[in-house]
Structures are given as C-alpha cells and as structure tokens.
Design a protein around this ligand. Structure first.
Ligand code: BGC
Length: 404
C-alpha cells in the first residue's frame, strides 16, 4: 500500500474506532474496505433476497429466514428474483429503500450482484452472502454456507462404491460416465465439482472410467469445469446436454452420471429414457454384470427435492446430498443478532476469498440421503424429520414413480 493511502486509511480507522467507542451498541462493518459503524439493532428491518421460487429449496430457505429472524425480534422483507440478475439488483435496491439494515443474499449471479450490494453497503447495511458467495467485491461482510466440496465427495463416493472401482471395476471394459457441473455463474459449482473430480480423476487416469462425450479425459482439470456446466442449474438445459452425450454413447452401456443437483438429474433421466427406452431403473447397474446395456446408471444429486425423494425411492437416482437449510437460517440469524448486540461475529472456520477479500465464513454439514442407509447416511424420511417437507408431502412423493 502506498504511504499516502496508508495514512488516509489509518486516519479513517481511527475516526471510526472513536465512533465505535462512543456508540457502545454499534459494531464495525466494512464500507469499501474501511471500517464504518453498523446501526443495526433489534426490531430493525432485515431484507432477504432469494434467487428463485422455481426451485424448492429457496422457498424453504426464505420461509426459514423469515421465521427465525422474526422470532429473534426483527422485521423482514423477502424478495424472489425469478433467477434474473437484474431483477435481483432491483430487489436489493428496494429492500434498502424500505430501510433494511442488513441484507441476506442468495445470489443468482455471484458477480453481477456486486454493484447492488455495494450500494446497500454504502447505505450502511450489513451484507450477508447466503449459501452462494458474492464475488469480486469488498461489500460482503459474512458468508454462511455448507461444506461445498463435501457435496462432490459424497456423490463421487457413491459412484466409486456402486461401480466397484476400488476393486478394479471398469478394468476390462471401461465404464462410461457422464459428468455435469452446476451453473457457470455460481461460485459453489466448481467446489462441488472439485470434491468429486479429485476422487474420480484417478479412475480416468487408470482407464476404468471414460466420458463418452470426450470432453473429460484424465487431463481434465477442475478449472475446466465450465465445459460441463449447466447454466442456471436448468433442467431443460441439462436434458439437452445429456441428449448430445447419449448420441455419442450410441448403444453402449452407461454406468454412471455425476449430477450436482436433483433437477439436473431429472433432465438427465428424461434424456436417457428418450434415447434409450430399453434402459430402466428396474434394472439397476450391477458391477457383476456391467455389460448389460439396459442397466440404469448410478445417478447422483443434491438438495433432497421432492423429485429426488421419488426418484431414489423408485431406484432412478442413487442418492442426494441433502442440506438441512434450517441450520443456515439459524446461523444467519445468530450473526445478525450478535451485530445488533454490539458483538463481532466470529467463525472458527477459514475465511473464503471472493477475489477481493477474505470473507468470514461459516460452514454447515450436509448429509447423504439414500433408500437404505448405512453408516452415516440418512434415510429418505430425514427430510420430514428436519422440517424440509411435511409427512403428507413425503407420502405423495413415494406414491408413484416419475421415471420407469
Ligand atoms: C446450492 C445448491 C443448489 C443449487 C441449485 C447451489 O448454489 O448450493 O444447494 O442445488 O445452487 O439451486
């Protein structure tokens, strides 16, 4: 840092420190990298900006945040951006105009939302990135999310086990696997993929796994993830991408599909059914008979959506990585409460860098849901136990298969 800049910055810090000590209930946050005081107090309005109502989990997330924050004595205003980055910026501006003293943002596009949160910050609001990190800006104070790589690790472990790769599965005839990553504008997506690729890559190296599309080879890198990403986590887009892979696959067997999200998994399944009606979940991939062309691949997922509960129950999907999102809402509320009490929230986890700063980060633990759990895995009804859906909805989910 240049000396003049340092002196200016130091001067500002002293001014803001003096302000903090004169206002006992105020706590420091950063504005453009410099300390300013947050006037956040109990009873204030908290703005919540969620990406879309079209995806089951964000509806639950929004509802949980409203419930937790109101129980802690705050007012809330909740907006959904219809998966549009510009709508989300408008939403955030509106929340700030309504008087929000903190905003909680699950971004549609982690980079595009930067200017809007900068404006919120300039207006004195605390900015909390929720589930998805806000990128390349100083204007984010805290980040609450789940252990990101764990998603990919759990997915890859299931594939490795079902394909019996550790015992040489695919050594005689390589197993075909299709690979998908999440949305290109979501900073979570490469972490999910990294968790999986670190475990799967050695089997590309040994020749046990091949990608029929030819995109992923043993030399594929985590940094190449956008080549297999599905924009906006869109089911129809995933189906199209899988159509292209199925064309390359022809009449060969397909052992597995790495999918990072339940709706992508459903798009994949629809494509498989169209291209290869002979394949059926009633004939699951069997490592003792891997050349059976009609066998249904091992397909992963994430979120514990209703469609995943159905697909897992009827054998179309092997697992889903389930995030008990009520934990995120609780942690977010704790942070806001602490600030309102004049405390500085601190996490014992490593901060995550967003390209501009190290953002204090809290990581929750996800679970793997399967039909017949062993070890640490959970059964499908865990979604009811943790309040994600009702028992009634669960019963609807297991009534009839989506894919046969
Ligand atoms: C979330 C996932 C979710 C995906 C699609 C990601 O940012 O972390 O839980 O499956 O977005 O909505």
């Amino acid at each position: 840092m240049k000396l003049s800049k340092f002196i200016k910055k130091a001067g500002m810090m002293i001014t803001s420190l003096a302000l903090v000590s004169s206002l006992a209930a105020c706590s420091p946050t950063t504005r453009g990298g410099e300390n300013v005081t947050s006037s956040l107090k109990e009873g204030d309005l908290i703005g919540i900006s969620m990406p879309t109502k079209a995806d089951q989990r964000w509806n639950v997330d929004g509802g949980n945040l409203v419930k937790e924050l109101e129980a802690a004595g705050f007012k809330t205003q909740l907006a959904y951006a219809n998966n549009s980055p510009s709508q989300q910026s408008t939403d955030i501006n509106n929340l700030v105009s309504s008087g929000a003293k903190a905003i909680v943002v699950a971004s549609v596009d982690g980079t595009a939302v930067g200017p809007a949160v900068q404006q919120a910050k300039d207006g004195g609001a605390t900015v909390i990135a929720y589930d998805r990190l806000i990128m390349n800006t100083e204007a984010v104070d805290y980040y609450v999310t789940f252990d990101l790589e764990r998603t990919g690790i759990l997915e890859a472990e299931t594939i490795i086990e079902k394909l019996d790769l550790e015992n040489g599965g695919g050594k005689d005839t390589p197993y075909n696997i299709a690979l998908f990553a999440g949305s290109d504008d979501d900073n979570n997506a490469p972490y999910f993929f990294k968790g999986a690729w670190d475990l799967l890559q050695p089997y590309f190296e040994s020749g046990q796994l091949v990608d029929p599309s030819g995109i992923a080879t043993k030399d594929f890198k985590v940094e190449d993830w956008k080549k297999i990403s599905v924009h906006a986590w869109d089911q129809t887009q995933a189906q199209k991408q899988m159509d292209a892979i199925m064309t390359k696959l022809g009449d060969q067997p397909l052992a597995a599909v790495l999918s990072p999200y339940d709706a992508i998994s459903l798009g994949v399944m629809k494509s498989i059914k169209n291209a290869r009606p002979d394949m059926s979940p009633s004939i699951p991939f069997d490592a003792t008979n891997p050349t059976n062309k009609s066998a249904w691949p091992v397909i992963t997922g994430q979120d514990g959506m209703d469609i995943a509960i159905t697909n897992i129950y009827y054998g179309a999907q092997a697992q889903t990585v389930y995030k008990n999102v009520s934990l995120l809402a609780e942690q977010t509320t704790n942070i806001i409460k602490e600030i309102s009490e004049g405390k500085t929230p601190t996490s014992d986890k490593e901060p995550l860098n967003n390209g501009k700063k190290d953002v204090p980060t809290w990581l929750m633990q996800s679970d793997e849901l399967v039909k017949e759990p062993t070890g640490d895995q959970k059964g499908l009804d865990y979604v009811v136990e943790t309040g994600f859906i009702t028992e009634e909805q669960y019963q609807k989910n297991i009534k009839a298969p989506i894919i046969e």
